[in-house]
Design a protein around this ligand. Sequence first.
Ligand code: FAD
Ligand code: NAD
Length: 462
Amino acid sequence: MDQFDVIVVGGGPAGENVAGRCADGGLRVALVEHELVGGECSFWGCVPSKTLIRPGDAIAAARRVPGASAAVTGRLDASAALAWRDEMTSGWDDSGALPWLDEKGITLVRGRGRLASEREVEVETADGDRRLRASRAVVLAVGTRPFLPPIEGLRDLPPWDNRSATSAKEIPRRLLVLGGGAVGVEMAQAFRRLGSDEVTILEGQDRLLAREEPFVGDEVRTGLEADGITVVTGARMTKVVRRGVDGPVVATLEDGRTLEGDELLAAVGRRPATDDLGLDAVGLTPGRYVDVDDSLRSTAVSGDWLYAVGDCNGRALLTHMGKYQARIAADVILGKEISEQASTNAVPRVTFTDPQVSAVGLTEAEARDRGIAVRTATYDLGAVAGSYVQGHDIHGTAKIVVDEPRGVIVGATFTGPDVQELLHSATVAVVGQVPLTTLWHAVPSFPTVSEVWLRLLEAYGI
Ligand SMILES: Cc1cc2nc3c(=O)[nH]c(=O)nc-3n(C[C@H](O)[C@H](O)[C@H](O)COP(=O)(O)OP(=O)(O)OC[C@H]3O[C@@H](n4cnc5c(N)ncnc54)[C@H](O)[C@@H]3O)c2cc1C
Ligand SMILES: NC(=O)c1ccc[n+]([C@@H]2O[C@H](COP(=O)([O-])OP(=O)(O)OC[C@H]3O[C@@H](n4cnc5c(N)ncnc54)[C@H](O)[C@@H]3O)[C@@H](O)[C@H]2O)c1
């Protein structure tokens, strides 16, 4: 039996961070990973998707600038974009991540890990099974896998998932996208701009990105349609079939309409990768998210030894949130008094479409559901001087959701080009619970898009 202080199962961003911080704190750490160290984010999620989005985004940005637009004459070079994606994923090779583990003294155990009993993990390695024992903690950081809805014929296609989309070697001429959430809208626009002639998104809800403020879905839809993408909302696919071995995919909707494409990307959410993790050996239910408290400890396993961080606890399926939870969990394991706060009140999120969407904290509807006495302010992001000097056709919206009795912001949303960089100012305001009367003295520079803060406060009545 191999003895460690801490065993981390899953080497994605959350697992790497908890392992690194525990090792920095002087603990002996084993990191168990059965595919690539770096996880979904580095190889089939954030990194390749943002790389595929960037070329089209850069061209769109140049086209908005008089003078620069004249220089955009040719077509986007899709094969160079795919080659850059290959470079950014190191050709799906994780050897670049390994020296870091060595430097920290972390033992990498390659293989599939399973909980065997309290504090024990069995790993199926290429050289046979290995049993590891942790004196302090076992941390689950196994992430998620794509969810496939039970639609007739869907599994048999087979459909593209996030892995096939982000590692695509060719741009399909016609792409159907099932699901208008983050993966669906980002990949739809990326492929359209990389050269797909026809892209259609089918979303079951009445609008895209339905968990965000309602104007978000409307503005993203307008942006996608301006690119020539067809958006179908409030519709259900009942059946799908591929004609012949390599023929087109034909999807039938509930109302009898049919949609045709060369590939179908299923982007309808995720499920926890916990079905084959030995959860039953410690009294938990396989296939479910691992419920944790604010120390990131399992709420259902006694003895304070089992933790879950990142996607697999279902709190916030985002890399930066998994890494944040990892830092908190490591500190708890190291004996510090600290607890997770951001996942319930202050999750920052960016959807990298054009227009971009960035938001933090609660939407107006969520705040009202929580019984907060809310007042909001909204401002046209294109109407500030910082936007004019960016070029023509800079559109977007900024909205703050204010807890009126307390005079603090509990949520903020921005749409428009490059609003990703506005987000952290809002996150600081939400997490710091900065009174609006204090924010009034945080003067945004002229001419920056951040001046929208000033306009929002004026619109609120400060
Ligand atoms: C297309 C796409 C784009 C995305 N873009 C963004 C973005 O721009 N920004 C953002 O914040 N988030 C983004 N996300 C979400 C982000 O990828 C996840 O939130 C993040 O990867 C979660 O990190 P994790 O460490 O919890 O899990 P993962 O990254 O899924 O890593 C889990 C690791 O555990 C390993 N593992 C699983 N089971 C076992 C086992 N039994 N034994 C050993 N190893 C195991 C897996 O091989 C994997 O390496 C995107 C997701 C997708 C699909
Ligand atoms: N930029 C980013 O940060 C980024 C990018 C991509 C993914 N992600 C993360 O990855 C996770 C997974 O993304 P996702 O887009 O797969 O899931 P999601 O939950 O964000 O969106 C899924 C969408 O599919 C729709 N849907 C569900 N079933 C359907 C059906 N049968 N027919 C039609 N539509 C259906 C839902 O209404 C929803 O709009 C997200 O939670 C997100 O946090 C983040």
